[in-house]
Design a protein around this ligand. Structure first.
Ligand code: SAH
Length: 195
């Protein structure tokens, strides 16, 4: 009996965690990046809960998008003048636990709201402490959150070198209209290389 009730309790706790994570996720996608920064500053425990739930969810996926991205910086822009792909400098916006930085040889600047890992620079991704035109690849992996997307993507544009690459991995249902999103990206100065 006690084994069964422990299993039931664990299942209920997992569901509760899932619900709280969905709620936090909704807050992150429907408020500005500044609201997100404030939310986690005011309640750091919410951030750790969010990440525990995030891990729990992505563990069930057949593949973590960040792993696909980790394999890709080495294949970008064949005409881009760089001696070796590993020399490309990467900025990871909303890096979480720095899985990307840990998976590639490249120099990776890791940005997030709370340091889950010592490599993280804590900041709002709408304003990162990097010089203009200083990175080759900017990554948003499940992190294109916040209603001030134009500002956030403008920041990525600012730090990217001319001809650099922006990589976005996002849940399809987050987009109301992917074509409209890609059109807006063109207006921000990006050209779609692959979708
Ligand atoms: N890219 C990682 C983590 C994705 S979870 C991966 O794929 O594994 C989304 C991350 O974006 C979270 O760690 C969250 O804290 C971060 N994030 C959300 N809003 C942010 C903001 N305004 N500034 C910086 N990071 C933010």
């Amino acid at each position: 009996r006690s084994g069964r009730s422990a299993a039931l309790r664990a299942r209920m706790e997992e569901r509760l965690l899932g619900a709280r994570v969905r709620y936090l996720n909704q807050q992150l996608y429907t408020g500005s990046s500044r609201d997100a920064a404030q939310l986690f500053r005011a309640d750091p425990a919410a951030f750790h809960l969010y990440h525990r739930g995030f891990e729990q969810q992505v563990r069930r996926w057949p593949e973590r998008p960040v792993q696909r991205i980790a394999r890709r910086p080495i294949r970008i822009s064949p005409r881009y003048p760089c001696p070796t792909p590993a020399s490309l400098v990467v900025a990871d916006f909303g890096c979480g636990d720095c899985t990307l930085a840990a998976s590639v040889k490249n120099q990776v600047h890791c940005f997030d709201l709370v340091p889950l890992h010592p490599r993280v620079t804590v900041c709002d991704m709408a304003k990162v402490p990097l010089a203009a035109e200083s990175v080759d690849v900017a990554v948003f992996c499940l992190a294109l959150m916040g209603t001030n997307l134009q500002e956030i993507l403008g920041e990525a544009n600012r730090v990217l070198k001319l001809g650099g690459t922006l990589m976005v991995a996002e849940v399809a249902s987050r987009f109301e209209d992917i074509r409209a999103f890609l059109k807006a990206m063109t207006q921000l100065g990006f050209k779609t290389v692959s979708k």
